[in-house]
Design a protein around this ligand. Structure first.
Ligand code: GLY
Length: 352
């Protein structure tokens, strides 16, 4: 696969990507190289990484605990302290090796440390390959509120090595698939149809196209003033549902993709009612979602809590929730206000 030149950095693929990384390290003569991992990526991904990297620089490994629950400022402080104790300075390089938690948090840590050091993202999950690691969003959660603290900062490069996908569970692959469905519905109907018509499809084949789409969108609108908002399709309600399950003690957490998939079905329904998005396409999206993910029964008694969490969405202005909705596939409308009753109705529609 050829590299994709992204906003200000390249996305390199497969084994030859490590040559590019080794060259970057040599060219910039970094003082220290830090790699942020979690216990899983240290065990399953780091051995391949270190074997392929060609450098005589010392690599300092900083391990954080896996899980969305640890994507917070306390973890960042731990990493900043470790970098400081290990002699990090402005000429240090930070490499992230992991899923969205590691790439988002690691990018944030790097961009704040001494007002910013270089970083490289090496996503190891489908979700972070097709979304989190590309596009320059970095940050952490605030309590259960997702990605409330963060900034835009671009890595020096992104390395996508699909070999790492062998180390993740089927459930995690499905989580990333939701983002690919999102690209299909909002930007490339062919991509959606490929997923719809090929249940046995190797999802890794769709990674390249997904990154191309994300990159095209981000190039046109890096700071999310307009077009980039389509990447939030399904995420407005989806994030609220994800946060709700994260904070409920008696409910199993949903993966990001599981929550976003529900959000997409609901937001297609809102699109139908408010913008005339064709009802057969709402059903198509719902069918595809239910063919991939287990049905979750959203309880009526939980709707009020989910609505409360919606009020914290980052796109809100003056307390008003803003949705990205669809007139049709590949035809979006941003900043849509949706009556509360319709949001509730959309969750009932998903439940049916
Ligand atoms: N994950 C959505 C975006 O990068 O804009």
């Amino acid at each position: 696969m050829n590299s994709i030149p992204a906003v200000t950095y390249p996305v390199h693929f497969q084994d030859k990507a490590y040559i590019s990384l080794s060259n970057l390290i040599e060219k910039n003569n970094y003082s220290t190289i830090f790699i942020v991992v979690d216990e899983n990526t240290f065990e399953h991904c780091y051995p391949k990484f270190i074997q392929n990297l060609n450098t005589d620089k010392k690599i300092e490994v900083i391990e954080i605990e896996s899980g969305e629950i640890n994507k917070n400022l306390e973890t960042c402080i731990g990493v900043w302290n470790a970098i400081t104790e290990l002699g990090g300075d402005r000429k240090s390089l930070l490499i992230t090796l992991g899923g969205g938690v590691i790439t988002d948090l690691g990018g944030f840590v790097a961009s704040c440390f001494k007002r910013g050091i270089d970083f490289v993202n090496i996503p190891t999950t489908l979700l972070s390959m097709v979304d989190a690691s590309v596009g320059g969003k970095t940050g952490v959660d605030l309590g259960v509120l997702k990605n409330q603290i963060g900034l835009f900062a671009n890595p020096e490069m992104v390395i996508v090595d699909t070999d790492y996908l062998k180390t993740v569970t089927e459930r995690e692959i499905k989580s990333g698939t939701a983002e690919i469905i999102k690209y299909g519905v909002t930007y490339d109907t062919n991509l959606f149809n490929e997923i719809k018509n090929n249940p046995k499809l190797q999802i890794s084949d769709l990674i390249f196209r997904s990154i191309e789409i994300k990159n095209e969108v981000v190039l046109q609108d890096p700071k999310e003033k307009n077009l980039r908002k389509i990447l939030n399709f399904g995420h407005t309600l989806g994030h609220a549902i994800e946060s709700f399950y994260l904070e409920s003690e008696d409910k199993e957490n949903l993966t990001h993709g599981e929550a976003i998939a529900i959000g997409m079905v609901c937001e297609c329904y809102m699109s139908e009612k408010l913008l005339g998005f064709p009802s057969e396409k709402v059903n198509e999206v719902k069918e595809v979602v239910l063919s991939i993910y287990n049905k979750i029964n959203l309880l009526k008694e939980d709707f009020a809590d989910i609505m409360e969490l919606l009020k914290h969405d980052k796109k809100n202005v003056n307390g008003q929730v803003n949705f990205v909705l669809l007139n049709d596939f590949e035809d979006y409308k941003i900043d849509c206000k949706v009556p509360e009753a319709l949001i509730v109705e959309s969750m009932e529609f998903y439940n049916q």
